[in-house]
Write a protein that binds this ligand. Structure first.
Ligand SMILES: Nc1ncnc2c1ncn2[C@@H]1O[C@H](COP(=O)(O)OP(=O)(O)OP(=O)(O)O)[C@@H](O)[C@H]1O
Ligand SMILES: O=C(O)c1ccc[n+]([C@@H]2O[C@H](COP(=O)([O-])O)[C@@H](O)[C@H]2O)c1
Length: 216
């Protein structure tokens, strides 16, 4: 980690992590992506630029245990939408590790597996303000910060804070505000409203082709 401070606009100040170990810098964007939308993509792109990441790997959840109150779309549909949305960006990739592991998805497993697969890399886990505020409820949360540096990004309607989280383990970053959620996209499709420009064009087509979210 470098020692300079990089301001990200009117929001929080983050440490400049642009220099340091000389290792590959791998961003990790975990999510249910049901569906993936431009809020996810802008957050990943912005963090990649600010933190000089070599790559961002999107990791769709297998079974997101904290979303068990609703039916989540099949993992293969969420995986394919994530591939479609990220395909044109050479810096973005998609991993199946959480889907293929089976069972409930825990970030501790995601990060352990990614560390094993990428022992030449420093990991940066990207999370929105809403998810960051829930981290203390995640499995083995006290061990997460040794595996990756966490980057919390602003999200309209949510306070971005690192209260209660380990000092130095988390950076807070202001990203362009996109008030988009997967919930809203699903609701819109269910009502017959358009989701053009909220999600990538290919994802609009895929939702239509697979008739996702019609009954919601
Ligand atoms: N508009 C957004 N701006 C910034 N971060 C976001 C945005 N939408 C989602 N994220 C972050 O992306 C990650 C994955 O989010 P997820 O796939 O659960 O999408 P979601 O829109 O929050 O879904 P849902 O509405 O179904 O809860 C989380 O860390 C979340 O905080
Ligand atoms: O590890 C946990 O216990 C845990 C609990 C809830 C969410 N997460 C992770 O947080 C990321 C965003 O999750 P979600 O449910 O908001 O899409 C995703 O990578 C999840 O695996 C992780």
């Amino acid at each position: 980690m470098g020692e300079q401070q990089a301001s990200t606009g009117p929001g929080p100040v983050v440490p400049d992590t642009g220099s340091g170990s000389g290792k590959r810098r791998l961003g990790v964007m975990g999510g249910t992506f049901d569906p993936i939308h431009h809020g996810h993509l802008v957050a990943a792109s912005e963090v990649a630029a600010l933190f000089h990441l070599d790559e961002v790997v999107f990791v769709p959840t297998g079974t997101p245990w904290q979303k068990s109150q609703r039916a989540v779309s099949p993992a293969e549909d969420r995986y394919l939408m994530t591939v479609i949305a990220t395909a044109s960006n050479p810096q973005f990739s998609v991993s199946r590790i959480d889907i293929d592991r089976g069972g409930a998805t825990y970030t501790i497993d995601t990060l352990r597996d990614l560390r094993t697969l990428n022992d030449d890399a420093d990991l940066f886990f990207i999370t929105g303000a809403d998810a960051l505020s829930q981290i203390l409820s995640w499995r083995d949360h006290e061990e997460l910060f040794a595996l990756a540096h966490f980057i919390g990004v602003t999200r309209p309607g949510h306070d971005l804070t690192d209260d209660g989280l380990p000092k130095g383990g988390v950076s807070l970053v202001e990203v362009p505000a996109l008030a988009i959620s997967s919930t809203d996209c699903r609701d819109r499709v269910g009502k017959g409203d358009p989701v053009w420009y909220l999600v990538p064009d290919g994802v609009v087509r895929y939702i239509d082709k697979r008739q996702l979210y019609r009954g919601e």
